[in-house]
Design a protein around this ligand. Structure first.
Ligand code: URA
Length: 192
């Protein structure tokens, strides 16, 4: 397992798949590197490629604001990154070989952050992490415990932007994630 600096260096110099040849910036991750919650998306879009930061475009802003409204802040409560660290052209879904090339970096990030809760954002991350048999509409909001992590999936915020009808369940899922976090891991101030 590499330490943060070494891992970042590997990713920034990576050309294991073709995505590395066309990137403006490698998009490593953001948030609290000791966050108890880790959100995992698919791959950077245009805004992320431009800035080098994950989830900063329209979908990212929707997610960030929704989380803030329930008291979860990027700098304090969670770490956020993607399966693929470089942008696929025209925002296409990453190919299997691109995910496979990049997933060891994600595993290393998980090992460094040591989150308690892992949230897959959208079908791509969910199928990659939770299994090919998971279906986003059917299985979002379910919880599984694996290797000491509580794991779940919800809609990708860009799917919520495209389809208003997904908003309510997306919101429910985020509130359940917050509840799981509070229930299990947040240190509460108890007046004695
Ligand atoms: N979509 C993703 O899956 N990740 C990002 O960082 C931005 C958009």
């Amino acid at each position: 397992m590499l330490k943060w600096r070494e891992l970042y260096e590997e990713c920034v110099n990576c050309h294991k798949c073709g995505l590395g040849d066309n990137r403006t910036n490698m998009v490593f991750g953001d948030g609290n590197p000791r966050g108890k919650i880790m959100f995992i998306g698919e791959a950077p879009g245009a805004d992320e490629d431009k800035t080098g930061l994950p989830f900063v475009g329209r979908a990212g802003q929707l997610l960030t604001k929704a989380l803030e409204s329930i008291g979860l802040y990027r700098k304090d409560d969670y770490y956020i990154c993607n399966i693929c660290k470089c942008r696929p052209e025209n925002n296409r879904t990453p190919y299997g070989h691109e995910e496979e090339a990049c997933i060891p970096y994600l595993r290393n990030q998980v090992a460094l952050v040591r989150p308690k809760i892992i949230v897959c954002l959208g079908a791509t991350a969910m199928n990659c992490i939770l299994g090919k048999d998971w279906r986003i509409t059917r299985d979002r909001g379910k919880w599984v415990e694996r290797k000491g992590f509580y794991m779940t999936a919800t809609f990708h915020p860009s799917a919520v932007l495209r389809d208003e009808n997904k908003k309510a369940v997306f919101w429910e899922d985020l509130k359940n994630i917050k509840a799981k976090y509070e229930e299990n891991f947040q240190v509460k101030n108890v007046d004695s």
